[in-house]
Design a protein around this ligand. Sequence first.
Ligand SMILES: Cc1cc2nc3c(=O)[nH]c(=O)nc-3n(C[C@H](O)[C@H](O)[C@H](O)COP(=O)(O)O)c2cc1C
Length: 185
Amino acid sequence: MKILGISGSLRQASLNTALLRAAIELAPASVSIEEHSIAEIPLYNDDVRAQGFPPSVVAFRNAIASADALLIATPEYNYSIPGVLKNAIDWASRAPDQPFAGKPLAMLSASIGMLGGARAQYHLRQVAVYLDVIPLNKPEVFVARAGEKFDQSLKLTDEATRKSLQALIEALVAHHARLSGRGRP
Ligand SMILES: Cc1cc2nc3c(=O)[nH]c(=O)nc-3n(C[C@H](O)[C@H](O)[C@H](O)COP(=O)(O)O)c2cc1C
């Protein structure tokens, strides 16, 4: 199974990118998670789109289309998802052939706050409705006080969080199997 991993943070020392990389490390051998950067995607402009998708957008749309499932690690900015993530989603969502429809999605968030980015995840779920992407309901992984859960090299050291990532990936694999008619409803 091929999962596309997307981080909603562009900064080098991002806790969300580190969380995504921990998920990549903890995934079972039968699952490959490939990280795709959204750093090169320009600000959405419909005049530009009318001339054709920029190369970074084409690459992002192709990566979504060829994945079996999506895994998004998002920061919470002002109780929502960061503009860079929404912008990348907006580009990818445009016709023709928007690549999100019917794709299984799991989400993660890490925050220095006490709620672990929960509010951002619920905004992402709202966006998922229009995209027709199919989010996994449970488990929910909100990494609160995330600064305390990684070491200096951004390795995830918190055992409970490592276990929750493994459970999330396992559930995403089952979600994908159900959606492709190979699992229990
Ligand atoms: C513009 C901005 C808004 C933020 N708003 C929130 C917020 O609403 N809730 C929260 O828990 N953290 C908020 N934070 C703090 C982030 O959780 C923290 O910076 C986190 O490390 C960002 O994710 P990253 O490490 O992956 O870049 C905000 C940070 C920024 C830069």
